[in-house]
Design a protein around this ligand. Structure first.
Ligand SMILES: Cc1cc2nc3c(=O)[nH]c(=O)nc-3n(C[C@H](O)[C@H](O)[C@H](O)COP(=O)(O)OP(=O)(O)OC[C@H]3O[C@@H](n4cnc5c(N)ncnc54)[C@H](O)[C@@H]3O)c2cc1C
Length: 375
């Protein structure tokens, strides 16, 4: 009999299994493929973290806790997972991105710098600004290494006594007097179960069918024509509000593959999670290349690689982290909507609280079933 079984060991599940094992409980984690595998949402070298959150100031307290937890994990693993190279948010002064970020900064007194075009050209010449655009620099921002974070959590969990099964896909959760979790290999009995299966969430939580579509996301890496400008000191991570053309994001040269860019939600094309990722098309590459040439020709100069990844989108680009209304022994976590990774360290803590204590003091009211999914 386990205290908790966690299904899916990606960003969220790996954080939860580490937290529950650290609290001394008997826990099993089951992963269908490999952690951070190519069909998951958590591969590709880097994920942006930022504190001045344009989406909603309500996320800021969770982010502050997430930073604390990432640092705690770095200390335990004696490794570096988070690099604070800063994040630049680029757009017109009244745009959603700039307005939203400044609202978060104002509400929580967060450090930031507003840079006009001359200051941008002087400090961060990699970006070409247009019209009256400005940059707002978030000094707490930077990037996390997703693969290292996930594997690090699994190492911590194992050291604390968790059982980890890789390559075992759960096919059924049976809710009786206790909960039975079944895979083709075996069946396991548990008091609580956490479902954190990313793009596959609706398979084990049919309540989410048609509410949490996985979509195709494409990112590409470019070799810089001017490698000096592409270094993190002169080119922080960025978000750019392109008006009708959506929000774009990118990273400086932090590995051999070079500068990485993507468009948030890309073409919003639904995909079947059980099929191989759809290939990168000419239309995908044309979209990314045009942005690279227009916005950062000196640093995103020659495309060398493009890959498909998966977003799982919830209404309002929000998260769902809650007890299943029909059975509170089942905890459901769908925290992607294209911006979930940075929260994984605090979501692990929240999932542990929900599974072990039945509730949490962390502010998750916006992420409940009744708030977003039912009705
Ligand atoms: C290209 C891209 C860029 C992104 N950029 C950012 C960013 O800059 N900043 C940010 O904060 N977020 C970003 N995100 C979002 C972030 O990466 C996701 O929110 C996060 O990875 C989701 O983690 P997850 O644990 O929900 O899913 P996953 O990491 O996909 O994990 C789910 C796991 O469940 C397993 N599984 C599924 N079904 C079963 C089953 N039946 N039995 C057992 N195991 C199962 C899967 O194999 C998988 O490993 C980005 C996402 C993408 C795709």
């Amino acid at each position: 009999m386990y205290d908790v079984i966690i299904i899916g060991l990606g960003a969220m599940g790996s954080a939860a299994v580490a937290e529950i094992a650290a609290r001394g409980h008997k826990v099993l984690g089951l992963e269908a493929f490999q952690p951070a595998h190519k069909l998951s949402s958590s591969h590709g070298d880097s994920r942006i973290i930022r504190l001045g959150y344009h989406e909603d100031p309500a996320y800021v307290p969770l982010l502050q806790r997430a930073y604390r937890n990432w640092a705690r994990m770095e200390r335990r693993r004696q490794t570096n997972l988070l690099s604070k190279v800063g994040v630049l948010q680029i757009g017109k002064p009244g745009s959603e991105l700039i307005g939203g970020m400044l609202a978060s900064c104002a509400e929580y007194g967060l450090a930031h710098e507003i840079l006009d075009q001359a200051e941008m050209a002087d400090r961060y010449p990699a970006y070409r600004l247009a019209g009256d655009e400005i940059g707002v620099f978030d000094p707490e921002g930077g990037y996390i290494r997703p693969e290292a974070a996930i594997w690090g959590n699994l190492k911590l969990a194992t050291a604390d006594g968790a059982h980890i099964h890789i390559g075992e896909r759960v096919t059924r959760i049976e809710r009786g007097a206790t909960i039975m979790v079944r895979s083709p290999q075996a069946s396991y009995e548990t008091r609580k179960v956490i479902v954190a299966t990313g793009a596959w969430i609706s398979e084990l939580v049919p309540e989410l069918a048609a509410r949490a579509p996985p979509i195709k996301q494409v990112v590409a890496w470019y070799q810089p024509g001017d490698g000096f400008l592409a270094q993190p000191e002169r080119m922080p991570c960025f978000l750019s509000d392109e008006g009708e053309d959506g929000t774009w994001f990118g990273f400086p040269q932090i590995g051999v593959d070079g500068v990485k860019i993507g468009k948030h939600c890309h073409f919003f094309e639904p995909i079947d999670p059980d099929q191989a990722n759809p290939p990168v098309t000419h239309a995908d590459m044309d979209l990314l290349d045009a942005f690279a040439a227009r916005r950062m020709p000196e640093v995103a100069t020659t495309r060398i690689k493009a890959v498909t990844c998966r977003y799982t989108m919830l209404p309002g680009e929000n998260f769902l982290i809650d007890l299943l209304p029909a059975d509170p022994r089942v905890i459901v976590c769908s925290a992607c909507s294209g911006h979930g990774f940075k929260f994984a360290s605090v979501i692990g803590e929240i999932l542990a609280d929900l599974a072990l204590d039945g509730g949490t003091t962390l502010p998750i009211a916006p992420f409940t079933f009744d708030r977003h999914m039912v009705g």
